[in-house]
Design a binder for this molecule. Sequence first.
Ligand code: AMP
Length: 436
Amino acid sequence: MSFSQLGLSAELLRAVSEQGYERPTPVQKQAIPVVLNGQDLLAGAQTGTGKTAGFTLPLLQLLNETPNAPEARRMVRALVLTPTRELAAQVHESVVTYGRYLPLRAAVVFGGVGINPQIDRLRRGVDILVATPGRLLDLVGQRALDLSRVEILVLDEADRMLDMGFIHDVRRIINLLPRKRQNLLFSATFSDEIRSLSGQILHAPVMIEVAKRNAATELVNQLVYAVEKERKRELLSFLVGSGRWKQVLVFVRTKHGADRLARQLERDGINTGVLHGDKSQGARTQALAGFKNGKVEVLVATDIAARGLDIDQLPHVVNYELPNIPEDYVHRIGRTGRAGATGEAVSLVCLEEIKLLAAIEQVLNKDIPRLVAPGFEPSFSLNTRNPNLPRSALPGRTQQTGDGPSRRGQQAPRGRKSGGGSAAKAKQDGGLGRRR
Ligand code: AMP
């Protein structure tokens, strides 16, 4: 199936082909015809599935097909709500990119930056507005915005919007919209809360659901380096340097830890940026821009700060520390290997993290191959099948003490296409235990 078979206009097809997209992703295949048909949509799709183009492309086409009434020329016709500023900025970027050959105007508003330029922008007239809920309500409060002509509402990452406590804001915003409108709701999960929200907002929606990110993780080459805790920073610098890694997203657990690691990496001569909740909006935007254009080689981030980030085909994700919640591991590595591109997710794991590793492998339902970098041999082995491991280390899993089929020797480190990566040079730790 090609994009042209989905009924998109020549202008949109041109913009899509300039992005290098050859085929629609599953969510695009399913969502685009529904939206073009004017129906409400409830879509289960996560970041990385191509969902943004899935709603942006048909939305642009619908707006372009039905020009606005002259008296409503400056009023917002499509409103996209997102939970975070970064996601808002990314969605706006997509709207601009895909709408390049259409005479529609898009703007983005979010908190943390001056409100006056946003007011000026709105006064000049906007067809498609991408917004975070709080700032949107501030703008309404300042009478800078009239939402009474909105034809299409998109709630992007609705589950996260609820998690972040935006439900009241969202309800207030919906009350400002005309009753008759098209509604599109995207959510990674279908919790009871999401079902109840969609019941209130959507009208006879078409439901679609695409593969969970768990399935997308199949595209990611996952590796674990067993390493002493105090040598992690040195190992990271070594991996980045010897593998000539560019665009490395490194996850840490705390803001303080993020700052400290970034300083150390800078001292090692690696251009490093930091993304966490205490950074000003300006600093965050700058770090992200530097990372996207390649000036910043390593971006150190906390889980919250990295949510919803969309960086094209990120080649390397590093778990400098494993997350407490196994699902966060899946979210983290979902930053790489997106929409068809393969990526590599490397975890630097010390002995204290063995329980976390066991829990992650249980969620993944597979082992992650272990490696040891030459010169970084640890004094321990990351054996999650170790019969002596306390029961609490293996949540909900039956311990296996028997000799299951060993994968030892079957998982030789993969070679690299270029750059002589350190992972390729590293030897596999044959002494590490395996579980099925
Ligand atoms: P999203 O899930 O909207 O955050 O999109 C994830 C990534 O997939 C973005 O970097 C898009 O540029 C990319 N993408 C979207 N649609 C396609 C497509 N049909 N083919 C290849 N890449 C795509």
